[in-house]
Ligand binder design. Structure first.
Ligand SMILES: Nc1ncnc2c1ncn2[C@@H]1O[C@H](COP(=O)(O)OP(=O)(O)O)[C@@H](O)[C@H]1O
Ligand SMILES: [Mg+2]
Length: 258
C-alpha cells in the first residue's frame, strides 16, 4: 500500500515563512479533508506538493514510494502516481480532452513499464467511455478542446475525468478556486465519492465547510497559521459545520499582552 508522508514541512514565499512544520500522512484508500480559514497555507501546501518553483522548502520531507518527492520534478511526481488537480488549468485549443487524457495516461504507463507502447486507441476509447459513464458524463465532452471556454463546472469535470483515467494512488485537490460555485463543488464531491476505493487516497483542500455536506471524509484536519492544529474524524467536520472557525482562532491565536 502506498502512502504520502509529509514530515515537518516548512515553506517560505519571498522569505515569508508560510508553512511552519506540517505533518500529515495520507494512505491509499483514505479520504482526508484539509480545512481552515483563508490565508492559512492550504494552497501553499498543495503547490509545494506539486513542485511549484515559487514555493521554497526550507525544511522537511515528503515521502512517497521510498522517495522524497521534493527532489522530483512535477511531471515525475505525476508519473509516479500522485495526481494534482490543478496541474493543467490552462486552456489548450486544438487538443481535445480525449487526446490530452491519452497522452497523460501513456506517460504514466511508460513510467510504470518502459517497454509500454501506449494504450491502443480502441482500448482507450472503451476505457474513456466507461469512466465517463461512471461519472455520468456526456461522451461529447471528450471531443471538446481542453478547458477552451469551459465553465467552472466543466473544468471540474475535466479534472475529475483526468483523475478517473489516470487512476492515481494519491490525489490532491485544491478546491479553493475563487470561481467555485455550488455546482462545481458538487461535481468534485460526487467525483471523489465515486472514484475513491481501496486503491486511491485523497487529500481534498478547501475552506468551504459545506463541501463536507457532500464528501464524507475519514479524517478531517484544520490548518491555521501554517500548521495543522486539529485532526479528527467526521465529528470534527460536524463541529466545523456547526461552529465555523471562530473557536480555532480563539484557541490558537496568541493573546495580546497588556
Ligand atoms: N505568491 C505569493 N506571494 C506572497 N505571499 C503569498 C503568495 N501566495 C500566498 N501567499 C501568502 O501565504 C499565506 C498563505 O496563503 P495560501 O496558501 O494561499 O492560503 P489558503 O490556501 O489557506 O487560503 C497568505 O498569507 C498569503 O498572503
Ligand atoms: Mg487556497
Amino acid at each position: 500500500m502506498s502512502e504520502l508522508v509529509i514530515k515537518n514541512l516548512q515553506v517560505s514565499i519571498d522569505d515569508n515563512e508560510i508553512l511552519k512544520g506540517v505533518n500529515l500522512t495520507v494512505k491509499q484508500g483514505e479520504i482526508h479533508a484539509l480545512m481552515g480559514p483563508n490565508g492559512t497555507g492550504k494552497s501553499t501546501l498543495a503547490y509545494t506538493l506539486m513542485g511549484h518553483p515559487h514555493y521554497k522548502v526550507t525544511a522537511g520531507e515528503v515521502w512517497f514510494k521510498e522517495e522524497n518527492i521534493l527532489e522530483m520534478k512535477p511531471d515525475e511526481r505525476a508519473r509516479k502516481g500522485i495526481f494534482l488537480a490543478f496541474q493543467y488549468p490552462v486552456a489548450i485549443p486544438g487538443v481535445t480532452v480525449a487526446n490530452f487524457l491519452r497522452t497523460a495516461m501513456n506517460a504514466r504507463r511508460k513510467a510504470q513499464n518502459p517497454e509500454d507502447k501506449g494504450i491502443p486507441l480502441p482500448e482507450f476509447r472503451k476505457l474513456l467511455k466507461e469512466k465517463m459513464d461512471i461519472l455520468q458524463m456526456d461522451h461529447v465532452f471528450a471531443g471538446r478542446y481542453l478547458n477552451d471556454g469551459f465553465s467552472g463546472g466543466e473544468k471540474k469535470r475535466a479534472e475529475i475525468l483526468q483523475m478517473a483515467t489516470l487512476e492515481p494512488e494519491i490525489a490532491i485537490l485544491d478546491e479553493t478556486d475563487s470561481g467555485l460555485d455550488i455546482d462545481a463543488l458538487r461535481i468534485v464531491a460526487e467525483g471523489v465519492n465515486t472514484l475513491t476505493g481501496p486503491d486511491m487516497g485523497v487529500l481534498i483542500i478547501t475552506h468551504y465547510q459545506r463541501l463536507l455536506n457532500y464528501i464524507k471524509p475519514d479524517f478531517v484536519h484544520v490548518m491555521y497559521n501554517g500548521l495543522i492544529v486539529e485532526s479528527g474524524g467526521p465529528e470534527l467536520a460536524l463541529k466545523l459545520e456547526d461552529q465555523g472557525y471562530d473557536w480555532i482562532r480563539e484557541k490558537y491565536d496568541s493573546v495580546p499582552v497588556g
